[in-house]
Design a protein around this ligand. Structure first.
Ligand code: DGY
Length: 395
């Protein structure tokens, strides 16, 4: 890449911050400029290789904001640290592309952007569920091809998702939000599979069941499956929200798909490698009434051969967090992590996984803290003192 491929903002700033993609919104640049940063933003829409990342840091770089599409290996993080960086800040909530253990060994904080993607990503999973079940993409293709010649009783019949059984694999933030949207909206019985019990979700659904009974309706139910196979066999819709690790790679393969109902819907808006995509393509080809909605792919941006030819698969290009509010919020949080570390500020008050990041997102002066550093506790970084709840918190 040449110098023309980089945009420089606040050239006189004393901290050099490399940003590997242009980010939406203006707030993030204001935060970095206010922290006396010279911000160098790559204009490229290509995924930067590790060699290009290392060339971009050069021998002096105080911080980098990078993408989930890039590989941040021990070697690349080592080069960043050697260039003097105080933080690597990921523009994403997920960080399976980052060797966090290596960063911790190097003493390098790794930031991420939780709390602004939850509803947005859950809504995309809901949209994919219905797009697959109700054959929205097929209908769109029929219209565009001029093949709609009048209403027919048997045209593009799909599955009714109402009072059916919902399976959620991974009931963390996004999985639980998706579960609530589907259960409340469509009165589904929930089965979830997670190494951890989600007591809050279970209590929420128990309260909703009581509400339905009070209105003269059948309750909904919620249970945690003992095994993934048990969930797969029981559910009409299965949505994957697990974290990608070496253990969860190909969590769903040919055997798991074979355990599912013949006319089930599977959705993945989490990480592509959780599903064996070639096995999914084979399964969808052999079972035309089975449907899949995919936002993520095993080898992004590529797709398994044959997937694109299947009418019972709905495909979108990793749009889970693609709303203006969320993507601008992610930029703000990624920049706030950098600004806070460069200024020597402590970590935000909540523990990882429980962040309330809204105070960072308005136009007001943000809290003097880093919103989310995933290895903060391992690095022994200090946390801001717990604050007495404000009036707004209590409302
Ligand atoms: C993330 O932040 O991990 C998402 O995949 C981006 O959409």
């Amino acid at each position: 890449m040449t110098e023309r491929d980089w945009k420089v903002v606040n050239p006189g700033g004393s901290h050099r911050v490399v940003v590997t993609k242009e980010l939406p919104g203006a707030r993030w640049l204001q935060l970095l400029t206010a922290a006396d940063c010279r911000v160098e933003v790559s204009r490229s829409t290509e995924i930067l290789s590790e060699a290009e990342l290392r060339a971009a840091f050069g021998d002096h770089c105080d911080a980098a904001i990078g993408q989930l599409t890039e590989r941040w290996s021990a070697e690349t993080l080592g080069a960043l640290r050697a260039a003097g960086a105080a933080i690597y800040s990921q523009y994403a909530v997920g960080y399976d592309n980052v060797d966090v253990a290596a960063a911790t060994r190097l003493g390098l904080p790794v930031g991420n952007t939780p709390g602004v993607l939850t509803e947005t990503t859950a809504q995309l999973a809901v949209a994919l569920t219905f797009a697959a079940a109700r054959r929205i993409a097929e209908g769109d293709r029929v219209m565009r091809a001029g093949e709609y010649h009048g209403w027919l009783p048997g045209m593009l019949l799909g599955a009714l998702i109402y009072r059916a059984t919902l399976g959620v694999v991974g009931a963390g933030r996004v999985g639980a939000a998706y579960a609530r949207m589907m259960v409340e909206g469509h009165k589904m019985d929930l089965v979830y599979y997670d190494v951890r019990l989600n007591a809050e979700l279970e209590a929420y659904i128990a309260d909703y069941a009581a509400f339905l009974v009070a209105h003269g309706e059948q309750p909904v139910t919620c249970r945690r499956a003992a095994t993934l196979r048990e969930l797969l066999g029981a559910c009409d819709v299965v949505s994957i929200h697990a974290t990608l690790t070496e253990e969860t790679r190909h969590l769903i393969g040919a055997l798991e798909l074979a355990a599912m109902k013949e006319e089930a819907v599977i959705v993945n808006a989490s990480r592509g490698p959780l599903v064996d995509e070639a096995a999914l393509a084979r399964h969808c080809r052999a079972h035309p009434r089975f449907r899949a909605g995919l936002d993520v792919y095993e080898n992004e941006p590529a797709m398994a051969p044959g997937l694109a030819e299947l009418d019972n698969v709905v495909l979108v290009p990793h749009l889970g967090s693609a709303t203006t509010w969320t993507r601008e919020g992610m930029a703000t949080l990624a920049a706030a992590n950098v600004a806070a570390i460069l200024r020597g500020w402590p970590m935000w008050r909540a523990a990882p996984g429980l962040e309330d990041v809204l105070p960072f997102l308005g136009d007001e002066e943000p809290p003097h803290a880093a919103p989310s550093i995933v290895n903060a506790d391992d690095l022994g970084l200090p946390r801001i003192a717990a604050q007495a709840p404000t009036k707004e918190d209590q409302q």
